[in-house]
Design a protein around this ligand. Sequence first.
Ligand SMILES: Nc1ccn([C@@H]2O[C@H](COP(=O)(O)OP(=O)(O)OP(=O)(O)O)[C@@H](O)[C@H]2O)c(=O)n1
Ligand SMILES: C[C@](O)(CO)[C@H](O)COP(=O)(O)O
Length: 235
Amino acid sequence: MSVAAVIAGAGNGTRLGLDGPKALIKLAGEPLIVHAVRSMAESGVVDRCVVTAPTESVQLFEETLERAGFEATVVAGGTTRQASVAAGLDAAGTANFVLIHDAARALTPPGLIRRVVEALEAGHAAVVPALPVVDTIKLVGERATDGTEPVLETLDRTSLRGMQTPQGFDMAAVREAHVRFAADAAEEASSAPDDAFLVEAVGYPVALVEGSELALKITRPLDLRIAELLAANEG
Ligand SMILES: Nc1ccn([C@@H]2O[C@H](COP(=O)(O)OP(=O)(O)OP(=O)(O)O)[C@@H](O)[C@H]2O)c(=O)n1
Ligand SMILES: C[C@](O)(CO)[C@H](O)COP(=O)(O)O
């Protein structure tokens, strides 16, 4: 069974306070995208990697990965994560399965990647690593003029999970889902929160496997500091 990986790296890191390719910022001395591609290589189960980059940085991503000794096809992403993943899927060629991953989850352990692929090989069409949520989660209504938000409902935490990546799919299923919802991808507000959302919407069951705290998404400045500590401990 062949496995391709699409690593979304075309974001600009707004919440990190950046205005440029977040995937090129350094963590433990190496760009996030290099960490992400290395995890795929070290998993031993991925045959080919496609990386999405901001249009103006495609060459820089190619040079960065080549210098680090990794082979990957780099393509221009889009204005939303969904559009970037669609561009990556177009370039992924033929494979039985595809792993769709965030460059921002740079410390994802190879064992987690293997866990996702094992569940695909066992017959699941869509597999997502997930962790239980640790906070109580409440549904809120519209913000009031005094800045407060009204609570509408307290959700049952025991049946809530936080979704991570890589999310693994049968290649045909995820391509079908992305094509079906391509029109929405142009608008940030209407783009899908993750790829499993699109696959669910076309009717495929999604199976969860155990995620990892190391697969945290480096989104805000504190995440980067936590990731630096984790990388120092792992190394
Ligand atoms: N147009 C986009 C937006 C995001 N991503 C990628 O999707 C992953 C998850 O996105 P996020 O962590 O939100 O990254 P940014 O979009 O860079 O962050 P922000 O929303 O703060 O700008 C990242 O690896 C990012 O590079 C992408 O490929 N194309
Ligand atoms: C795909 C994802 O990482 C799953 O948790 C997440 O939905 C990406 O969200 P972002 O706002 O694009 O970072």
